[in-house]
Write a protein that binds this ligand. Structure first.
Ligand SMILES: O=P(O)(O)OC[C@H]1O[C@H](O[C@H]2O[C@H](CO)[C@@H](O)[C@H](O)[C@H]2O)[C@H](O)[C@@H](O)[C@@H]1O
Length: 849
């Protein structure tokens, strides 16, 4: 049987598409007349195989529960619905869904059921065509095959006899009457199921009068579908069991697509726009797939990256005639305009230029899209503020569109464009088909945080935006090795700077997965003390100090909000405040089905005692670059040293923020040593006072690391004092200078880490069980550390080879995500990530020296 969704009413199709996107879906159906065509002998009713297949496929999807709620024995129905663990049994109109229910019948109910069966047997005895169906908590009398006269007589006898008994619940259906010994109906069953699985929406399909009790319980986003004629509370109607199969198959396809992602673009191919106040990501075919507002750590307006087009996007593409505009040619290529953050995507006869404007008021983001060419283009503007959780209305006005739905004003300046407004039931989108004329570009400006639809001079805005970046680039000293890629890395790091506050984001995204389909999906849109300091340091080494100064000023302000420096959290919001609780946005299915999508980061509550080291190391580099130590910065140095004195001996969660019990991490202790060592060196070089106790404490920590971190059996410095597992971060024993890189123990550690943690082009952080399910890729930053370790131990050829392998993993526009899977050969994790770019810069500098 060929099932085509086009056969269904358009409105029903629309509602099914909407329902398929609910976080936790319950799909429940009646059996006879819904899954199975009605036949004379109820024992011979067979469900349509297409419906069974669709139900089972639905049951196999995550966050999806199927159930058959019908007046049949549970064991029959369980085989239809799929996964027995979650598929409820049928039974007397749903009452058997609870495993163990029958055993749980009160003795009186069991007695009553036995008496019912005897009484009904007496009524039906000798009546041709009448069958009795005994079930665990009920007895049903079917008269479908009886002569009308016989049927009427039997039903009358039942109605006037046992149906009148105390404690008996009567449910009448088409040519069936059922007497149950428990108070239940399909509505109760549906409610109980919904509660049991925490469904955020349910669909129920049924044909009989008994199904009305289930339809009556539907509400909100739920969907009720009546099969066939007759009055009904259901909102939608279809004709036959064949239509049921079509509905189920369509729902299954829609849900699978939503759950697993619609052709998620490879992570490394995503390109970042930035104006140092906000960020957007563009796919290789010019779809704005990620953008938050008002800031980059706010809720998303476009979350297509984590939820498909329904989660919000802004697309421009060649118009494909006669194909519903669904398939348009792939672009010829995408690139950054050199030394800027302007992105160009090119097709034959079409060029789309994207950038975020500079010089706007704070809280305002202007995304500018310039369309040039001599072809016809399709544009779709589908903003979904607050991660799509508020309904959106779009109103055309002179000069553009107004987006309504949130307290944040938003407009699309689009003079001359004729828009068609469509709706998916909750949100509106604007679509346009535009005929382009060569030399007459169409400019679209999405402006967040303003109602201003007045025209601007686009070429001037673009020149300003590009000059902002290119002027800055002129101030840098770039290494010879991989000069262009380093330039792009520098721009990327600078693009992650939030210039209003001085904070630096660890990465532009949340929840790009460390494993496709996995749960290791974290929010990196915040400022980590460690990542921020390392990023600022990389920029100082390239000749740009302003980011470091602003970052340190930001940290100063943060410090004022804590009782003492030793109580600093590992990360803060860009504004320098504490993070709210980590939460899940369960309306988003995640990148390629990788759930959950998280916002916030529980790591902010961890103890990470390494964070003081990178801050003082940054101040040391800044001092070297500027020739002075600002008083404020010296205060930070003494605060960090003070913090180390108070806590260095404690176990912590370490650099990798493992959600596990604290340990005495070697890397954290090394960074405590770095804090004091660099503090002492800064004081010596710039005439500051070395506080009493710093030098002995530095030496004490070094001794402690060498004594407890070195594991003779493993012949390596291990992850932590406890255990013998390895960690790439322990390379810092030599990279930091705590022990001399020529020390045999460092060489041995490099060899051990290479053997255990390197896999082809990448280096894993560790291989131990960290208490979380699933896997992850290798870390670019760890590969960068191994390259540095190779160089320090005289292994230049290996260093060059591994460096080339990292370079090869960069996307076509030169961006790196956090991780790389060397088996699947794909990038993983948040993107672009500062760690990876700063690692690449460091290696290029070392290899150029
Ligand atoms: O083992 P995982 O699945 O990676 O989870 C552990 C933590 O990972 C995340 O931390 C990483 O990102 C930080 C920002 O770049 C970085 O400072 C840290 O070194 C990385 O390990 C995440 O932020 C945490 O919530 C997870 O607990």
């Amino acid at each position: 049987m060929a099932l085509t969704a086009e056969a269904l009413p358009a409105e029903l199709r629309r509602v099914i598409v909407q329902l398929a996107r609910t976080p936790r879906l319950l799909v429940a159906c009646d059996y006879d007349g819904t899954l199975a065509p009605i036949v004379a002998d109820p024992t011979q009713a067979k469900p349509l195989p297409e419906s069974v297949h669709a139900l089972r496929s639905l049951a196999a999807l995550p966050a999806t529960t199927t159930a058959v709620i019908a007046g049949r024995a549970g064991r029959v129905l369980a085989t239809v619905a799929g996964r027995p663990a979650v598929a409820p049994r049928g039974g007397p109109h749903g009452s058997e869904f609870d495993v163990g229910f029958v055993h749980g019948l009160e003795p009186e109910a069991t007695q009553l059921r036995t008496e019912l069966q005897i009484a009904v047997q007496d009524i039906v005895r000798g009546r041709t065509g009448v069958t009795l169906e005994a079930k665990p908590a009920s007895v049903a009398v079917h008269v479908r095959r009886a002569e009308q006269e016989v049927a009427d007589a039997v039903l009358d006898a039942v109605r006037n006899g046992p149906a009148q008994w105390d404690g008996v619940q009567v449910t009448e259906g088409k040519a069936v009457v059922e007497l149950a010994v428990v108070q239940t109906d399909k509505g109760n069953a549906l409610d109980a199921l919904r509660h049991q699985v925490g469904a955020t929406a349910a669909v129920f399909l049924g044909d009989d009068v008994t199904d009305e009790k289930a339809f009556a319980r539907l509400q909100g986003p739920d969907l009720g579908i009546k099969v066939g004629d007759g009055e009904s509370l259901a909102g939608h109607r279809i004709n036959s069991t064949t239509d049921v199969a079509t509905v189920l198959a369509f729902l299954m396809e829609e849900r699978r697509t939503w759950l697993y992602g619609e052709q998620a673009p490879p992570i490394e191919r995503l390109t970042m726009l930035s104006n140092e106040r906000n960020i957007a990501l563009v796919t290789p075919d010019a779809r704005v797939t990620w953008m938050c507002h008002p800031g980059p750590d706010s809720a998303a307006v476009f979350a297509d990256l984590l939820g498909g087009t329904a989660a919000g996007h802004f697309s421009i593409r060649p118009h494909a005639v006669g194909n519903g505009g669904q398939r348009s040619p792939l672009p010829l290529g995408q690139r950054y305009v050199p030394n800027t953050m302007t992105v160009e995507t090119r097709w034959s006869r079409l060029l789309v230029t994207d950038y975020l404007a500079h010089g706007t008021d704070s809280h305002r983001t202007d995304l500018v899209r310039v369309i040039n060419g001599s072809t016809t283009v399709s544009v779709e503007f589908a903003p979904r503020p607050e991660f799509g959780q508020v309904p959106v209305r779009i109103t055309p006005e002179a000069g553009g569109l107004r987006v309504q739905g949130t307290s944040e004003p938003m407009v699309l300046h689009s003079p001359g464009v004729q828009w068609e407004i469509t709706s998916d039931g909750m949100h509106q989108s604007a679509k346009a088909v535009i005929e382009l004329t060569e030399g007459d570009p169409v400019v679209l400006e999405m402006r967040g945080g303003t109602e201003d639809l007045t025209p601007t001079d686009e070429p001037v805005r673009r020149a300003e935006a590009e000059a902002y970046w290119s002027e800055w680039m002129k101030t840098l000293s770039l290494p010879e090795v991989e000069r262009d890629l380093v330039a792009r890395s520098a721009l990327t790091l600078r693009g992650l700077v939030h210039s209003d506050t001085g904070a630096i984001m660890a990465a532009a995204t949340t929840s790009l997965p460390e494993e496709i389909g996995g749960v290791r999906n974290w929010d990196y849109r915040y400022c980590w003390l460690r990542d921020g300091a390392m990023t600022a340091q990389a920029l100082v080494t390239l000749g740009s100090n302003a980011e470091a100064e602003s970052f340190l000023d930001w940290l100063h302000r943060v410090l004022e909000s804590v009782p003492g420096p030793e109580r600093l959290h590992p990360l803060y919001s860009l504004q320098g405040t504490g993070l709210g609780p980590e939460a899940v946005i369960d309306s988003l299915p995640g990148y390629a089905g990788s759930r959950p999508v998280r916002v916030g980061n529980l790591a902010d509550q961890q103890v990470q005692l390494d964070v003081f080291g990178p801050v003082v190391e940054l101040i040391a580099h800044l001092a070297q670059a500027t020739g002075i130590v600002r008083d404020n910065d010296w205060e930070l140095v003494t605060a960090m040293a003070d913090a180390v004195g108070k806590r260095w001996f404690e176990p912590d969660h370490g650099i990798w923020e493992e959600r596990d019990a604290p340990r005495h991490h070697v890397y954290s202790k090394v960074m405590c040593w770095v804090t004091l060592d660099r503090a002492i060196k800064i004081a010596e070089a710039y005439g500051r006072e070395i506080e009493e106790g710093w030098i002995p404490l530095r030496d004490q920590i070094a001794e402690d690391v060498v004594k407890n971190g070195w594991h003779p059996d493993v012949q390596a410095f291990t992850t932590a004092y406890e255990g013998s597992d390895l960690d790439a971060a322990s390379l810092y024993v030599g990279l930091s200078g705590l022990i001399d890189p020529s020390d045999e123990r460092f060489r041995a550690t490099v060899t051990a880490i290479e053997a255990e943690l390197r896999s082809g082009s990448t280096v894993y952080r560790y291989r131990r069980d960290d208490g979380l399910p699933g896997d992850e890729g290798g870390f670019h930053l760890c590969a960068a550390w191994l390259i540095e370790a190779y160089l320090l131990t005289g292994r230049r050829t290996e260093a060059e080879e591994l460096f080339q392998q990292i370079v090869d993993t960069a996307g076509p526009t030169g961006l790196l995500s956090e991780e790389y899977d060397p088996i699947a050969e794909r990038s993983l994790g948040n993107h672009p990530q500062a760690y990876s770019h700063l690692g690449l810069i460091r290696c290029a500098q070392l290899l150029s020296a």
